[in-house]
Design a protein around this ligand. Structure first.
Ligand SMILES: Nc1ncnc2c1ncn2[C@@H]1O[C@H](COP(=O)(O)OP(=O)(O)OP(=O)(O)O)[C@@H](O)[C@H]1O
Ligand SMILES: [Mg+2]
Length: 125
């Protein structure tokens, strides 16, 4: 098996005194689709924001495509270009569909053909 595209080991994150992420361990293979679900406020968005370092974690390791994320990480913009996220609520474009909001960045930033983001790619298998 090839190395996971995302690997998180014993990761902990606090906001002040509040520990929002506790001992997170996760491996995601390239091209795998996974769902992270949980109650509102359980830390799903914070976890995703840590994976492109919009938030900093205090303990453990986050390795994205072989790059360990830390204060020493160089070229964070390059890593962020590969770790897309769709924001919630008012950060979405209200005049676009869910699919359009999700495919906007790959099409405009990564110049992916529109067809690759077509409905067939999100149809349940
Ligand atoms: N910048 C911040 N400073 C302090 N606390 C924060 C910050 N961002 C998030 N939190 C808190 O961290 C917890 C997790 O928030 P997060 O937004 O990650 O949850 P979520 O699982 O994505 O929720 P939702 O399902 O509502 O999107 C919440 O208690 C939230 O209030
Ligand atoms: Mg959220």
């Amino acid at each position: 098996m090839s190395d996971p595209i995302i690997k998180i080991q014993n990761m902990n994150k606090w906001f002040g005194d509040f520990q929002v992420l506790k001992n997170i361990n996760l491996e995601v293979e390239a091209n795998k689709k996974i769902v992270v679900c949980g109650p509102s406020g359980s830390g799903k968005s914070t976890l995703i924001r840590c994976i492109n370092r919009l938030e900093e974690h205090q303990e453990g390791d986050i390795i994205v495509d072989g790059n360990e994320l830390s204060e020493k990480t160089k070229d964070i913009e390059k890593i962020r270009a590969e770790v897309g996220m769709v924001f919630q609520q008012f950060n979405l474009f209200p005049h676009l569909s869910i699919l359009d909001n999700c495919t906007l960045a790959p099409i405009w930033v990564k110049k992916m053909p529109k067809k690759r983001g077509s409905r067939t790619s999100i149809r349940p298998t």
